[in-house]
Design a protein. Structure first.
Length: 76
């Protein structure tokens, strides 16, 4: 089964956030460093819908999981 290939910009669009390069970099700069003890979906800056999406994708190792990992790493 082929997995979809997504971009970080598409992940931000999926989360309802500005998805251009500068906005993504600004978001990451604003919210880092995320404490190692905080799971990405549990970060205080997500709304309920964003938290659910991130948790589901990460926990189920779904299509977006690799990009969620990338975002997680960039926020550390």
């Amino acid at each position: 089964m082929d997995q979809a290939v997504h971009t970080l910009s598409e992940l931000f669009k999926q989360l309802g956030l500005p998805d251009d390069h500068d906005s993504i970099e600004r978001f990451i700069d604003t919210h880092r460093p995320l404490p190692e003890s905080t799971r990405l979906p549990d970060a205080e800056f997500w709304n309920d819908s964003q938290q659910r999406f991130l948790k589901e994708e990460w926990d189920e190792d779904a299509d977006w999981a690799e990009l969620v990992d990338t975002l997680n790493n960039r926020l550390r």
